[in-house]
Design a protein around this ligand. Sequence first.
Ligand code: XIL
Length: 302
Amino acid sequence: ADTLGSAAAAQGRYFGTAVAASHLGEAGYVSTLNREFDSATPENEMKWDATEPTRGTFTFSAADRVVDHAQAQGMDVRGHTLVWHSQLPSWVGGLGAADLRSAMNNHINRVMGHYKGEIHSWDVVNEAFQDGGSGARRSSPFQDKLGDGYIEEAFRTARAADPAAKLCYNDYNTDGVNAKSTAVYTMVKDFKSRGVPIDCVGFQGHFNSNSPVPSDLRANLQRFADLGVDVQITELDIEGSGAAQADSYARVVEACLAVDRCTGITVWGVTDKYSWRSSGTPLLFDGNYAAKPAYHAVLSAL
Ligand code: XIL
């Protein structure tokens, strides 16, 4: 196979990218996207601030542009994200508990309802745990006002809203075995034991020199898979360049392929020039859409 998507498909996996609606008018962006990838995640367009900036008023135009493009190309779509402390309009934080609970469930119902049957996997809850060794939940309006139970409530609401979508918990700095990933693991294990609907765990995979690809990535993916959930690399980018960057990318691909339930990999953007890591070069294509050594390493690892 000579593209990321077709090579991954030959392994029974998908290979996706974050897509920004604002770049869909750029020929080089679109031709690279269409040629190489078979899954798309809207980079910002499905987030709460984009879809419900004012309570009860929903806007799907930008997200629809990404979804329509992906569908026209036969790509799967990952939904990102429903309940997250960031890119959250300020009105949400001003609600009391009862109102917040109904706003959260309404948000899930309306956004998932708009895309019902069209989303492969949804990041239902994103980044709910703190960094570091505490294993504690992160402070957010949801956590602070609704308590630990908001996560399972979100998943139960999501299951009813679109029974065809795989429901994922997604986080960062959880790629290796560490206190944070173990806190997520403990939650997923509890959900599975009590029948709370969860199908997948997303590992963002934002790596740099302070946070390199962990040597126990495969082992960590496997322990989650052993709980009975799929695992996915959802936002992969790796700071660096040249052979070192290429080697790191290859190791992530190899770890996923070594785990039966690792169903796919998404990189967090098509080209370095539009990466959210504005100062870096963390992606597979340079600013001119030339394939980097990291691209060739991924392709040969697939
Ligand atoms: C980032 C986007 O790439 C940026 O364009 C935006 O300004 C901020 O969010 N974790 C996530 C993603 O789950 O949604 C974030 O995306 C990157 C970190």
